[in-house]
Design a protein around this ligand. Structure first.
Ligand code: ADE
Ligand code: ZN
Length: 330
């Protein structure tokens, strides 16, 4: 069996970031929206660097204007995930893009997303859960409104709270109140850090937001004491190596620290982040990791088990996922 065929757990996928460019182009045409500038002549997304990527991401998201659009998006994204052998996925959802953080609009968008997830669960067996995610560069006030949306919908489907966007915008302390609201609602906590902000950003995020998981976190490799702290604390890193290499955080797969972090006892997991934007898939990630670091089936099984243990879902769901990771049960 090729490692790419293994059943997989993916903890770090932005729902809008999973939108195939042709899907967004189709929606934009239906809505007579001119966003042609965000595409290359070959149809792929066009951007220069991470910060431009965030602009292009928001422009693409502007084509998603109604709950029905998110219903279609969820079907399209989950179809890809299931085809890549993903059996359980947690996706970042931003009320900013789903009715502008209005709680009743957010509930309608969420309902549409969940309905699509139920359909795909029946057809492909893939399980989806949501992580409500403010956009950091939209600021702390909007993050608090987003946290209010999270509080209203926290439960067995909305299972976590995170933060994405420009890591250089503001400090973790600016968002502490929003994270406290989410924690009080019983949500699992994750935060993007150490993608662009260096090891210090990871350390500050641990100190102030106390997350169980970190989105990326890979720049922690610059600080050996921090690597030890992550290992001792059992912090799970949602690593997205293909995203990091494509965006130039590391110059090549060989230079990516995922193996080094794992060898030093850090719990690493593997995800795609925004697969069509970074020309990746879960199969591609596994193939590249196997080829670069010599990882075999036992390594990926250990990584998937760690991911299932770190999932924010309830225990019953976790047990179902664990079963699917056993050989011949996918
Ligand atoms: N939003 C979507 N993708 C992201 C990434 N890689 N980092 C931060 N925010 C994001
Ligand atoms: Zn991300």
């Amino acid at each position: 069996m090729s490692v790419a065929d293994l059943p997989k757990v993916e903890l770090h996928l932005h729902l809008e970031g999973g939108a195939p460019p042709e899907f967004i182009r189709g929606l934009a045409a239906e809505k007579k929206l001119d966003i042609a500038g965000i595409f290359n002549p070959d149809g792929s997304y066009a951007y220069r660097d991470f910060w431009h990527f965030l602009d292009v991401y928001e422009a693409a998201t502007s084509a998603l204007q109604a709950p029905e659009d998110f219903h279609r998006l969820t079907l399209a994204v989950l179809e890809q995930s299931a085809a890549n052998g993903v059996v359980y996925c947690e996706t970042f959802l931003s009320p900013d893009f789903c009715g502008g953080r209005d709680v009743s609009a957010w509930k309608e968008y969420l309902h549409a997303i969940q309905e699509a997830a139920e359909t795909t669960e029946k057809t492909s067996g893939i399980l989806l859960r949501g992580i409500v995610t403010p956009i950091r560069h939209f600021g702390p006030e909007k993050a608090r409104e987003t946290a209010a949306c999270a509080q209203e919908t926290a439960g067995d489907w909305i299972v976590g709270f995170g933060i994405g966007g420009d890591e250089m915008a503001g400090r973790p302390a600016d968002f502490a109140y929003a994270f406290d609201m989410a924690r009080e609602a019983g949500l699992g906590i994750t935060a993007h850090a150490g993608e662009w902000g260096g090891a210090q950003s990871v350390a500050d995020t641990l100190d102030v937001l106390n997350p169980a998981r970190i989105g990326h976190g890979v720049q922690a490799i610059e600080d050996p004491a921090l690597v030890d702290r992550l290992a001792e604390r059992g912090t799970v890193l949602e690593c997205c190596p293909g995203s990091n290499v494509f965006l130039g955080v590391f110059p090549s797969w060989q230079d990516h620290p995922i193996k080094n972090l794992r060898d030093r006892g850090v719990a690493v997991t593997v995800s795609t982040d925004d697969p069509p934007f970074f020309h990746t898939t879960m199969r591609y990630e596994y193939n590249r990791l196997a080829e670069t670091f010599g990882w075999e089936e036992k390594d990926f099984t250990a990584i998937n088990t760690a991911a299932a243990k770190a999932a924010f879902c309830d225990e019953d769901t976790r047990n179902r996922v664990m079963k699917r990771l056993e050989p011949d049960n996918a």
